[in-house]
Design a protein around this ligand. Structure first.
Ligand code: TXA
Ligand code: MG
Length: 350
């Protein structure tokens, strides 16, 4: 998708950021809600606009890997290698912070998340902020909701709360960056994302660890406080259980959309009120469309979304993680857990 930002809008955004404004901007992963790192009031506004707890750290976006020295006190060898390999790109490195990083950005932690995005609009902003400049930016959605992958998603959710929304087209990756921390010198994936784990392993000539998911939610019916969740309830089931569940919901008179990537035993012909939403059977292609699809189905007013559980393959880790976090069931929808792995999957959903 060609970025559609003109030089006037870009210059206005740079001026706003330098003056302490909050600007939503495109990256290759999702749209970010940006503030210049030295503008404390702008950073406070980012937390307010998102409705995000202030101890929840923000990623610092920088223009290139040479900026690591300013924001990180130490850069372990594997981090250096990953930066070389994947920046600009969908990778965030968690490193010991330098004294230049304000407390407000890290939630008081001793580490900072750093990333060089690969979108031309994001890079143009970062270049214009100069050598000491950086953009702190969480995803441009309210806390706990789906990340935006188009400028329209940002407008719909944040409206006039931000000073400007730069429209750089639809995000190419469509899922957030992979977050990697370091324990001794071992790379640890803290959030699966745009860079597949297998690519990290290749770059490091070895295995990387995958953290036990610290945000893991207990899927209790009635729990609304999920992360990356659509407004519509979503259940994720193995192909073999989908049809039965569709029929059960349809009998209650509910309108249901079903996201499938395979054709296994999911013949929905003849079911009224059911939309079959075919998704790609390639992980990257599925990931690039997931949020946009969920945003659209939310707008279309379905009562419930069902998703076929993704393949048990490391390439699908990020998609599986986001589907799990998007899953929630309201009271009264029955006993089915909202994320049901089959046996094959049980081990690899962190
Ligand atoms: O792709 C992305 O990473 C997007 C784009 C805009 O760059 N950003 C993004 O930001 O997803 P956000 O704030 O929605 O998610 C950042 C995650 C949070 O879960 C946060 O806890 C974690 O990164 N994080 C940031 N700094 C950290 C740190 N120092 N230690 C551990 N986790 C950190
Ligand atoms: Mg986010």
């Amino acid at each position: 998708m060609t970025p559609s930002v003109d030089s006037g809008s870009l210059a206005a955004a740079v001026a706003r950021l330098k003056a302490g404004g909050v600007v939503a901007f495109p990256t290759e992963t999702v749209y970010g809600l940006g503030a210049e790192i030295s503008r404390a009031a702008a950073i406070r506004r980012v937390f307010e606009i998102k409705g995000r707890p202030t101890d929840h750290p923000l990623i610092v976006h920088v223009a290139d890997a040479s900026r690591l020295a300013r924001w990180a006190r130490e850069v372990p060898e594997p981090a250096r290698r990953l930066a070389q390999h994947f920046w600009p790109g969908p990778l965030t490195l968690i490193l010991p912070r330098s004294r230049h990083v304000p407390d407000s950005v890290t939630g008081g932690q001793d580490t900072v998340g750093l990333r060089v995005p690969s979108h031309p609009v994001a890079l143009a902003l970062l270049a214009a902020l100069g050598p000491g400049g950086a953009l702190v930016a969480p995803s441009a959605n309210r806390f706990g909701r789906l990340s935006p992958t188009t400028a329209a998603h940002v407008h719909d959710e944040l409206g006039n709360a931000v000073d400007q929304v730069l429209d750089g087209g639809a995000c190419r990756i469509g899922l957030e960056s992979t977050i990697v921390g370091f324990s001794e010198d071992t790379a640890v994936v803290l959030r699966p994302g745009g860079v597949p784990v297998t690519a990290l392993e290749q770059a490091l000539d070895g295995r990387v660890a995958i953290a036990e998911n610290p945000h893991r939610m207990t899927r209790v019916p009635g729990t609304l406080a999920t992360h990356y969740a659509p407004a519509t309830p979503l259940e994720c089931l193995p192909a073999a259980s989908l049809r039965r569940r569709v029929v059960e919901l349809a009998r209650q008179g509910l309108r249901v959309a079903v996201l499938t990537w395979s054709d296994q035993g999911i013949d929905l012909a003849g079911e009224k009120n059911i939309l079959r939403q075919p998704m790609p059977d390639d992980a990257a292609a599925y990931g690039s469309r997931l949020y946009a699809t969920l945003h659209r189905l939310d707008r279309e007013g379905f009562d419930c979304l069902l998703a076929e559980i993704p393949p048990a393959d490391p390439a699908w880790l990020a998609v599986a993680d986001r589907l799990q976090r998007a899953s929630w069931t309201p009271h009264g929808t029955g006993e089915t857990p909202s994320f049901q792995a089959d046996e094959e999957h049980a081990h690899d959903i962190p």
